[in-house]
Design a protein around this ligand. Structure first.
Ligand SMILES: [Ca+2]
Ligand SMILES: [Ca+2]
Ligand SMILES: [Ca+2]
Ligand SMILES: [Ca+2]
Length: 225
């Protein structure tokens, strides 16, 4: 029988599965009540490796159609000053290489809720080029953060619609469904970094069902041959 078709069906399954299962589609309320994170997978666990300073622990990420939601926990009650870095083009050669570790090339960043850009039109290596972003929140692409105080946990939202101000080769901060992030702090003798986190934006449940329905349709057609 049609081996090519069977192979294509399996390839479709392999292609669809990461999309269907990646990310967590959930609307989170930024309000310092973290009960809405129950059941959202931890995407990175960082060691207690920056004692006495901001010490990154666990990270959870979710999204809906409008926002990326992040929860960070800390090994102590210190959290202020933490940086969120996004490698917009997933290219280490553009943007700012955190501590020269070669982990990400940060193109857009936030210190607490404060947004900044690292590479607009200037190639690599610039921490803050001053050009900034446009969009929610506050018109500047700021993060919505709670609590804006030292804590052992924080939750924040970043709009998926923000753009980087011109001139820039990278306009949309979220140009596709994959997001590469790093959380970091320069506080402490050696600072602290999380692992590199690759997050695939989740789609709403009805779309997932539609994809599975389409797949079942493919397999049904195959059986009839
Ligand atoms: Ca909440
Ligand atoms: Ca840590
Ligand atoms: Ca980059
Ligand atoms: Ca670390």
């Amino acid at each position: 029988m049609n081996k090519t078709f069977t192979l294509l069906a399996y390839l479709s399954l392999a292609t669809l599965c990461p999309i269907a299962h990646a990310g967590t589609f959930k609307t989170i309320t930024i309000d310092d009540d973290h009960s809405d994170w129950i059941g959202v997978p931890v995407v990175d666990s960082d060691a207690a490796d920056n004692p006495g300073f901001v010490d990154i622990a666990e990270t959870q990420i979710a999204n809906d159609n409008n926002f990326l939601y992040i929860r960070n926990t800390f090994h102590s009650s210190l959290s202020l000053g933490l940086f969120t870095g996004i490698d917009v083009d997933e290219n280490i050669a553009t943007g700012f290489d955190i501590f020269g570790l070669g982990l990400i090339g940060q193109d857009s960043g936030w210190q607490n809720d404060f947004p900044f850009t690292s590479s607009n039109g200037l190639g690599g290596g610039v921490f803050n080029d001053g050009q900034g972003m446009t969009g929610d929140f506050f018109g500047s692409g700021a993060a919505l953060l709670d609590a804006f105080a030292d804590s052992n946990e924080r939750e924040l939202a970043i709009s998926l619609d923000i753009v980087r101000n011109p001139p820039t080769a990278l306009v949309d901060v979220f140009p596709d469904s994959t997001v590469r992030l790093l959380f970091w702090t320069d506080q402490g003798p050696n600072g602290d970094v999380s692992g590199v986190i690759n997050y695939t934006l989740a789609v709403p449940e009805p779309a997932t069902v539609a994809l599975l329905t389409a797949l079942v349709g493919c397999l049904t057609i195959k059986r009839r041959r």
